[in-house]
Write a protein of this length. Structure first.
Length: 256
């Protein structure tokens, strides 16, 4: 995976391969899913909660470059500033907040892409660092603003139809999803971080939480359609035959 942008490529110059996703995300065929489910278009709307720097592992930065409008939610000041700099010429909004169950100021445990609001997850990953030389988790506490979903929705999301919703909040997915009224906010595609294999840094609790996320989205009429070892793309309407397969979710576990 190469998370660095190739500035020689102009995503607005041609329609073929318009989504050009593989250079920015682990989901190697996400571009095909976008072409198939939302169609080939230069405008759309996305929401990404857990945006980090707006580039590394992003499932949406190529869409912003293309001309899509979006909302990036990133609570850590350092990363939100990098995201704003990355997208200074794009039609996006950056909110420097986390999403929780209510509006307040709280503690986030900061360590790059692994930053989390969940103390239990932080404690587990710090513990396994002491057991495995290849792991290097070192968290620092930082105070951040936390909004409820309702606050975010009323400020930025209502009265728009979203094509893509990405949520990568390191263990806080259910705190977000359980607040959403999916009859009012119903994006065409939802991508969630869901761990399906127990690795050194993935606990049984993290796998169980992923199963809860999947069950919640299934209950709301979303179907898992693109699966890798730690991301799952859900679609709102189940296709019958696709560019990717013949009616069953495609699994990319062997690519990770």
């Amino acid at each position: 995976m190469n998370s660095n942008p190739d500035h020689s490529y102009d995503p607005k110059s041609r329609l073929e391969g318009i989504y050009y996703t593989a250079r920015h995300t682990e989901l190697h065929v996400l571009d095909l899913l976008l072409e198939e489910v939302v169609g080939i278009k230069r405008t759309g709307y996305f929401l990404e909660i857990g945006a980090y720097d707006g580039e590394k592992n992003s499932k949406t930065c190529h869409l912003a470059d293309l001309g899509w409008e979006g909302v990036y939610v990133e609570p850590i000041a350092e990363f939100a500033a990098k995201c704003a700099n990355r997208h200074q010429n794009n039609q996006v909004i950056i909110e420097q907040v986390a999403i929780g169950t209510h509006n307040h100021t709280g503690i986030i445990y900061k360590d790059g892409l692994a930053s989390t609001l969940q103390k239990e997850q932080k404690d587990f990953q710090e513990a396994v660092t002491s057991l495995h030389d290849q792991l290097n988790f070192h968290f620092r506490e930082e105070n951040v603003s936390i909004w409820s979903w309702d606050t975010l929705y009323k400020k930025h999301l209502q009265d728009r139809s979203f094509d893509l919703f990405v949520i990568d909040v390191e263990g806080s997915e259910m705190d977000v999803l359980q607040q959403i009224d999916f009859s009012a906010f119903r994006p065409t595609i939802i991508i969630c971080e869901i761990f399906r294999q127990q690795w050194d840094f993935v606990s049984e609790q993290m796998i169980a939480a992923g199963k809860q996320v999947e069950q919640t989205l299934r209950t709301q009429g979303y179907y898992p359609w693109l699966i890798d070892a730690h991301n799952t793309a859900f679609v709102a309407d189940r296709p019958t035959t696709t560019l990717l397969n013949q009616g069953t979710p495609i699994e990319l576990l062997h690519h990770i």
